[in-house]
Design a protein around this ligand. Structure first.
Ligand SMILES: C[S@@+](CC[C@H](N)C(=O)[O-])C[C@H]1O[C@@H](n2cnc3c(N)ncnc32)[C@H](O)[C@@H]1O
Length: 412
């Protein structure tokens, strides 16, 4: 039998003499499978066999992994992370990072993210150039006659606002319905309590408390709203019409927009209408990444940065990236990690470690790009048939008014 000298092993496997001595001692104690022999008094050597080489290769690889682990940056989410998000929402964030390397955008509208959106929306409203908010306001104003026609003889109209923002986009519609004397309830649905509070305060202020505002903190991608309508249908007469609003291209930010549309359709009554505004796919839209409030030109807007900051991932650990991805037909904002990072989530019974590697990207924001025709098809396949549509003269913004179709939504 041939034996390897310790020097041969250190040269071959780029390990220290100390490491080889430790392997031999471990073999003597039966803690590894290396075949060794006492070749001289007090001199143990490792046999030159292919099995021993396999074992040594494995130990070197494991040693490297351990070393890398030690060099990893460990981060702990801040206490506010656990205060702001429910255990189920925390789990949603963790599993979305694990599975999709993505932070669901809806969690960015909590707390400071909501105040940020309020400021941002006010900036947009006062901007001279076209943007999602001022065009939504304009498109709704120019479609009030169409909505009146659909309201017909209904004496009561509810506005069910999905993803309320600060309430600005529905202000004109509420004003119109209030003046016509048909506004019954304004029902705001949003995941963020803070956003709902801001919208409620604004609507109370704008209309001197004349609008009956109800707010519900719900995830519109997973929860229906039909239960909120029940009380209105207790009597035979005077059934209300529900105008469901989904404004500001919120749908484009979701991972599975059609899933949400089918859920919305399932909550709507047969005569209800869905008012939707969106940004269309144009060369100009592909370049649009202007999300700051005007005071702070930092590349990542507060609402996009909020969750990663709460996770303890600070700007020294990543490079932000924003671009239009032609293959995905999406604009993306994401971060690329400059080092390996392990996030240690506290769970009730222990810890959940999410291991992220250098060069991994985490998506913070996405917007799907669709043409007007594709939007109508998307609604059609989700069981919503088009009643009216208009596009702004620059071809960049679209409003659609739809109603549940009788045909079953295509689940394919
Ligand atoms: C892009 S903003 C649009 C706000 C407003 N509709 C507008 O046009 O200005 C998205 C809004 O939807 C809410 N939101 C996003 N995802 C949600 C979800 N899954 N469930 C409930 N609300 C959500 C956010 O909190 C925020 O208020």
């Amino acid at each position: 039998m041939k034996y390897l000298t310790n020097r041969q092993i250190t040269d071959l496997y780029k390990v220290s003499f100390d490491a080889v001595r430790k392997w031999i001692n471990a073999a003597r104690e039966g803690k590894n499978e290396l075949q060794i022999a006492l070749t001289e008094p007090d001199k143990w050597q490792i046999a030159d066999t292919s099995k021993n080489h396999e074992i040594m290769k494995g130990m070197v690889a494991r040693g490297k992994t351990r070393k890398n682990r030690l060099a990893l940056k460990m981060t702990d989410p801040k206490p506010e992370f656990y205060e702001l998000y429910s255990p189920a929402q925390q789990l949603d964030i963790i599993s979305s990072i694990e599975t999709y390397r993505e932070i669901p955008l809806q969690y960015g509208y909590f707390d400071g993210g909501a105040e940020y959106w309020d400021k941002y929306a006010n900036r947009l409203l006062n901007e001279q150039s076209a943007n999602m908010l001022n065009k939504t306001v304009e498109l709704i104003a120019s479609n009030l006659a169409n909505l009146d026609r659909l309201i017909g003889n209904h004496k009561r109209v509810n506005v069910i606002d999905l993803g309320v923002g600060n309430g600005l986009p529905v202000k004109g519609l509420l004003d119109h319905l209030l003046k016509r004397g048909v506004l019954n309830r304004y029902v705001g649905i949003d995941l963020s309590h803070n956003m709902l509070e801001i919208a409620k305060q604004n609507i109370d202020r704008w209309f001197d408390g004349k609008v009956s505002v109800e707010t519900y903190a719900r995830d519109m991608t997973t929860e229906r709203f039909k239960d909120l309508l029940v009380a209105d249908y207790d009597t035979d007469t005077d059934k209300p019409l529900n105008i469901v609003t989904l404004l500001g291209a919120t749908l484009l930010n979701l991972r599975d927009p059609e899933d949400m549309l089918r859920l919305v359709r399932a909550s709507m009554m047969p005569d209800d209408v869905l008012v939707y505004t969106t940004k269309l796919d144009t060369a100009n839209a592909r370049r649009y990444f202007d999300f700051n409030t005007g005071e702070d030109a930092a590349m990542l807007a507060d609402d996009h940065r909020m969750v990663i900051e709460l996770l303890g991932i600070d700007p020294s650990m990543y490079e932000p990236e924003q671009f239009y991805d032609a293959a995905l037909r999406s604009r993306l904002i994401r971060i690329r990690l400059k080092l390996d990072v392990t996030v240690r989530f506290k769970r009730a019974g222990g810890e959940w470690r999410v291991e992220l590697n250098r060069n991994d990207t985490i998506t913070l924001w996405r917007a799907w790009h669709l043409t007007a025709r594709e939007t109508v098809d998307q609604f059609d396949q989700s069981g919503l048939r088009l009643l009216d549509a208009s596009v702004t003269p620059d071809d960049e913004y679209l409003i659609t008014i739809s109603r549940p179709s009788i045909i079953k939504p295509n689940r394919g």
